[in-house]
Design a protein around this ligand. Structure first.
Ligand SMILES: O=P(O)(O)OC[C@H]1O[C@H](O)[C@H](O)[C@@H](O)[C@@H]1O
Length: 303
């Protein structure tokens, strides 16, 4: 097992690995997880090979942290500034079965020029065999209350978007942002073009399940209840072609399943803390499923 510093595309990263082969890579820029791989499943996150690594742009792929604003719902830059700034490593540790890395971002002159509030943001990345958990902890360190929206904007890597099915959102309220239609989600979600939807109450309590019918492989995605929304996004071919940091066929190999607070902002009083997490578990066929089940039963990952 190891946790060590490295450089990837000219940017500092932290690499964490377990003896069994599971590994994660986190860029200090944006505290962005850019890779999570397992021996059975290979790479589980999509990272665009045209992503910009200039130290200030948002990186397309992995798990961008959107804070303190989701999308363009406010006066700040799209998805807030946390994904555009360098974070600092706070601590890290590893043993034979698990590894964790924590990163921190605090307000400074730059952030206060955009958003005049005192805050501390911590991201804790935890790795166990077949399981990855990201926990975002936000604290109001200022003298006045402030509100935020945001997300863990997870880009999952998929073999072919047209074969994927996302289960577990049945009964949730859905705002289809592409057509601007509100409805109740009735069935599993499948993808045959641009898809951009915000799901809200009643969000199902259990994990979401993203499966590939052809191979039987699937992943479960569990969001803490502190996230009020789940966002599902795939740009489809036409929008993808307009995104300069995406390869033309990039939309085929990604699906964003996000833990988010979009509809309602969260308000923190001075000194108050908020925690939101997302946990990904990989499953693969019957053997791997029971393997993952065993690990899940004994998983100690927590915030
Ligand atoms: O291109 P970005 O700024 O990273 O945003 C990418 C996407 O993020 C979210 O999933 C939103 O729902 C989409 O509307 C948005 O286009």
């Amino acid at each position: 097992m190891s946790v060590h510093e490295d450089v990837f595309n000219g940017q500092p990263v932290i690499r964490a690995a377990l003896p069994c082969g599971d590994a994660a890579v986190i860029a200090l820029h944006g505290a962005q997880l850019i890779s999570w791989s397992t021996p059975e499943g290979g790479e589980h996150l999509f990272l665009s090979d045209r992503a910009q690594w200039d130290g200030h742009s948002a990186v397309r792929g992995g798990v961008p942290i959107c804070f303190p604003q989701f999308n363009q719902r406010g006066p700040l830059a799209k998805h807030g500034f946390a994904r555009n700034l360098p974070w600092r490593v706070l601590d890290s540790a590893s043993d034979a079965r698990r590894a964790h890395v924590s990163l921190i971002l605090r307000d400074d002159d730059t952030t206060r020029a955009w958003w005049p509030h005192g805050f501390e943001a911590r991201l804790c990345v935890q790795l166990e065999p077949g399981v990855l958990r990201l926990a975002l902890e936000l604290t109001n360190t200022g003298a006045d209350a402030w509100s935020f929206t945001g997300a863990l904007h997870t880009y999952l890597r998929v073999p072919d978007i047209t074969r994927m099915q996302l289960d577990g959102l049945g009964g949730a309220a859905r705002w289809d942002a592409v057509r601007d239609v509100h409805a109740t989600q009735s069935a599993a979600v499948r993808f045959d073009g641009e898809y951009d939807s915000v799901f809200s109450s009643p969000l199902p309590r259990g994990p979401l399940r993203l499966g590939d019918e052809a191979t039987g492989r699937f992943m479960t995605i569990e969001n803490s209840a502190s996230w009020h929304n789940a966002v599902v996004w795939n740009p489809g071919a036409a929008l993808c072609a307009q995104l300069k940091d995406m390869p033309r066929d990039g939309f085929r190999h990604m699906l964003c399943v996000e833990a988010a607070c979009v509809d309602e902002s969260v308000t923190l009083a001075p000194g108050q803390r908020w925690i939101g997490w997302q946990q990904l578990t990989q499953w693969q066929g019957r053997e791997a499923a029971s393997h993952a089940e065993r690990h899940k039963a004994t998983s100690t990952l927590s915030v």
